[in-house]
Design a protein around this ligand. Structure first.
Ligand code: FES
Ligand code: FES
Length: 156
């Protein structure tokens, strides 16, 4: 049995500590928002936050998580930039097929919590681990900037 803290809640998973966090979330904790893409650490579809930092849940054994706080797409609204990112994603209609978007949103939320007003190069660098087969990169960039502007307005 492995203890995890997911989206602020203490959870227990009856599984091998080597089980990837991605599958514990999806199969054991009924949180299907985190997606399986490549399973090899290459696409970013499975991105979740561990103590606020993006990690690939397909490459993260649950036994390695310890007391770190796991945040998934189901809990992203409680992250500092989460609500602004979610609102901008909806407003600019970012997703196409949608498959990569949970991971994109997690990385964008992390980026804006670290860097409130990123430029194109900074966005591209921070988001480079999240691949989108539908090539929504232009809208992702716009949405990150819109979320940054909205947050700046809130804080003004
Ligand atoms: S599914 Fe984890 S990086 Fe692709
Ligand atoms: S929206 Fe289809 S893979 Fe990104």
């Amino acid at each position: 049995m492995v203890k995890l803290t997911v989206n602020g809640q203490a959870r227990e998973v009856q599984a091998d500590p080597e089980k990837p966090l991605l599958w514990a979330l999806r199969e054991d904790l009924a949180m299907p928002g985190t997606k399986f893409g490549c399973g090899a650490g290459l696409c970013g579809a499975c991105t979740v936050l561990l103590d606020g930092q993006p990690v690939r849940s397909c490459q993260t054994p649950i036994g390695s998580v310890g007391e770190s706080a796991v945040t998934t797409i189901e809990g992203v609204a409680a992250q500092p930039a989460g609500p602004a990112v979610l609102a901008a994603w909806a407003e600019l209609d970012v997703p196409q097929c949608g498959y990569c978007q949970a991971g994109q949103i997690m990385s964008a939320s992390w980026l804006l919590s670290e860097m409130p007003n990123p430029g194109d190069e900074e966005i591209d660098a921070a988001m480079s681990g999240n691949i989108c087969r539908c090539s929504t990169y232009t809208r992702i960039r716009k949405a990150i900037k819109a979320a940054a502007a909205a947050r700046a307005g809130e804080q003004a």
